[in-house]
Design a protein around this ligand. Structure first.
Ligand SMILES: [Mn+2]
Length: 319
C-alpha cells in the first residue's frame, strides 16, 4: 500500500487533496501535511474542501491556501481523498471528483468499503494523520516542523486529546516523533482548544439553564433556542460540541442537544457512551448516524419533542 502510493506520487505531478464535509482536525491536519510534502517534492497540489476551515484550525500553516470552490478538474493527475470511508463524504462534488483518473483513499474508519484502487486503510490507526506519519516514514521523507504541527493536530483531535479508546502505544509513539520533529504540544492545544470566541461562551451560559437530567440520571439534554442565539450574538456554529456537556456528567449515557432552527423545527444531535445505541433512536425520527453519534430533525414544541425522544430511548435505545 505504502509503495503504491509513493510510486504514484513519484510518477505524477498535479494533485487534488480533499476530505469530508464538516471538517475536523484530522481531516485538515492530514490534508495540509500531505500538501506540504507534495510541495517540497516539487509537485503541484491543491486542497479543495466543500466547507470552510473552522476558525480554530486556521493557525495551521497553509490553511489560507485551501479553496472551497471546486477547481477545474481536468488538470489533475490524481486525487487524495482523506479521512473518508465513502467518496460521498466529500460532499456534493463527489461525483465530479470521482472522474479524476486516479483516486487515493487514506482512511481509518471501520466501515470503509474500499472505493479506490489505491488506498491506505487501517481501522486500527487512531487517525488519518497517524497513517500519513507511517507513509512519511516509509518514503523516508523528513518531517518538517510545519508538517509535524499539522499531523500532531490530526492525532490530538481525533483521539479527543489522547483520551479515547483509539489512543494506543503506536499513537503516542507517532505523537512523540512529531514532537521530536518540532510540533509544540502546548501551543497546538492552546490554538485548537482555547481560542473560543466570546460569543460561544455567552451562548453556553444562555443554554446551560436548559439542562435536563432524566431516566434516573442516564439521559441529559441541552436546548439552543433562536432566542439564546440572539441574546448571545452567536451563530449556530458556536453550539458545536455543546452536546458533550451533558455527556460529561457522571452516569449520563445518552446526551441530546436540541437546536431550534429558524423554521421552528429542531435539529437533534445525540451522543452516547459505550454500547448505548443512539442511531436507533435517531432512526425512529427519520435520522441516522452511528452507535455513539446520531442526528435527526423533529417538529413541534420542545416539551413534546423531549417526551417523544425519551420514549424512543426507552424502547429502542440502550444496550
Ligand atoms: Mn479521522
Amino acid at each position: 500500500m505504502f509503495q503504491q502510493i509513493s510510486d504514484l506520487i513519484g510518477r505524477y505531478r498535479v494533485f487534488l487533496i480533499t476530505a469530508h464535509e464538516r471538517l475536523d482536525g484530522d481531516a485538515l491536519g492530514s490534508e495540509l501535511a500531505l500538501y506540504h510534502l507534495l510541495q517540497r517534492m516539487g509537485k503541484e497540489a491543491t486542497i479543495y474542501n466543500q466547507d470552510g476551515t473552522p476558525e480554530n484550525y486556521r493557525f495551521l500553516e497553509g490553511s489560507d491556501r485551501i479553496t472551497n470552490e471546486l477547481p477545474a478538474l481536468d488538470a489533475f493527475d490524481a486525487a487524495f481523498i482523506l479521512d473518508c470511508s465513502e467518496l460521498e463524504r466529500v460532499g456534493s462534488e463527489a461525483e465530479k471528483i470521482a472522474a479524476i483518473p486516479r483516486l487515493v483513499n487514506i482512511d481509518h474508519h471501520f466501515s470503509n468499503g474500499g472505493f479506490s484502487d489505491t488506498r491506505l486503510i487501517d481501522p486500527q490507526a487512531s487517525s488519518t494523520g497517524e497513517l500519513i506519519c507511517r507513509l512519511l516514514a516509509h518514503m523516508g521523507f523528513a518531517t518538517t516542523r510545519e508538517m509535524a504541527t499539522c499531523l500532531y493536530t490530526a492525532i490530538l483531535t481525533d483521539t479527543g486529546g489522547f483520551r479515547y479508546a483509539n489512543t494506543g502505544k503506536e499513537t503516542l509513539l507517532a505523537a512523540a516523533g512529531l514532537v521530536a520533529d518540532g510540533a509544540n504540544p502546548q501551543w497546538i492545544s492552546e490554538n485548537v482548544y482555547e481560542t473560543n470566541p466570546p460569543a460561544r461562551i455567552r451562548l453556553l451560559s444562555a443554554v446551560l439553564p436548559t439542562l435536563t437530567i432524566d431516566e434516573g440520571g442516564r439521559g441529559g439534554s441541552l436546548t439552543v433556542t433562536q432566542q439564546a442565539l440572539k441574546t448571545a450574538g452567536a451563530s449556530p456554529d458556536h453550539a458545536e460540541g455543546f452536546v458533550d456537556f451533558p455527556r460529561s456528567i457522571r452516569g449520563v449515557e445518552i446526551s441530546i442537544l436540541y437546536a431550534e432552527l429558524p423554521d421552528k423545527r429542531f435539529k437533534l444531535s445525540l451522543r452516547s457512551k459505550g454500547n448505548v445505541n443512539v442511531e436507533r433512536v435517531a432512526r425512529v425520527f427519520g435520522g441516522g448516524g452511528h452507535i455513539n453519534a446520531a442526528a435527526c430533525r423533529m417538529e413541534g414544541k420542545i416539551e413534546d419533542i423531549h417526551r417523544r425522544v425519551l420514549e424512543a430511548v426507552r424502547t429502542s435505545g440502550g444496550s
